[in-house]
Design a protein around this ligand. Sequence first.
Ligand code: HGY
Ligand code: MN
Ligand code: MN
Ligand code: MN
Length: 408
Amino acid sequence: MTTPPADLTQAVLDTCNALAGHTEVPGEINRPFLCPCTADVHDHLKAWAGRLGLSTRVDAVGNLRARREADVPGAPTLYLGSHLDTVPNAGKYDGVLGVALGYALVEALGARPLPYAIEVVAFSEEEGVRFGVPFIGSRALVGTADPLLDLPDAQAVTVRQAIRAYGLDPQELKAAEVTGAALGYFEIHIEQGPVLQAQCAALGVVEAIAGQNRFLLRFEGQASHAGTTPMPLRKDALAAAARFVVEAEQVARSTPGLVATVGVMQAEPGAINVVSGVVNASLDIRHARDGVRQEAVEYLLDALQGFCRERGVSVQVTPRMEEAATPMSGPFKELLHRAADELNLPHPELVSGAGHDAQIMATRMPAGMLFVRSPNALSHHPDEMVNAQDVSDALRVGLRFLELLAGE
Ligand code: HGY
Ligand code: MN
Ligand code: MN
Ligand code: MN
């Protein structure tokens, strides 16, 4: 059992700080899919990969792939990593911490011979902010990104066009797919919630990832004068949307473990004295059990139609994604327990309310996730934070996990 050099934790935190500076919106961390600053982020990571002697390539969807070959020909590949894209006004650790820890783990392994190759993947898109569909990066590795290529963003630019605009070739999508034997995928990520802090645990082993649905909702009523349109004659798109938001919140509050979020709400024309004629909104709904989630979706979409009928408003519901709950059981989870047990570090199991690339990679290979405590339970927020000691513990458990995987 080797102990990672103490300065590696600092290198991880320094990388999170440095990458936070590459943003589309000055003063906030904001990196949507294939934004121009992706190249700067890649340059920073390529420098680290260069120091480690890793070969790098950027694949057709902008994933940065850094590879350490095995010492035996034909050996399987272990994939490590997380995502580089962020939500608007994000924190500096969501995704990036896992990418930096991937590089740090390779560094901690040093030049020792390994019976497997390692590929650290910095996924180009996991959040789904620009196209409303998450996991474009990891879907490319498991060969399910094709159907997403013609999805439009809010400016009617498709994924395919965004790939070309960045200087990549969507025709090369096939070459992004994992080939050859895959040992599995291991991701370290911040918990993004309150569970580990409440249990005074630095680390957690992910037992499952909640299932989720995402919808785009377009309400269409009739814009009209706020002063001269009597209430019974209105077709108020925003009132219909607002009534829906309240219902979604009430259903989620009354269903244990269910979360429902309307994060986008854009009213048109958006003037103080005009009844809203159009509202573009979103719905994100999740639960660890698929039956509960699907029942809530069915109820809410039915209630939505009623709220609109009552107001003479129509609504267009566009399903953007549905991911079933993903159990993270199997050999990787057991090895993570063993590694943390050997280091006498508490590591409760927990379900992830957040989606992760691991749930996509798990469709193709064994997958495991280690969570790092979020001391203030905040994420998708500039105040997102980690404890340096917890990151150091994650590095130690991650290194021990890789050693156990190598039979050491
Ligand atoms: O939204 C999520 O589940 C995560 O941040 N990708
Ligand atoms: Mn994330
Ligand atoms: Mn996120
Ligand atoms: Mn254990």
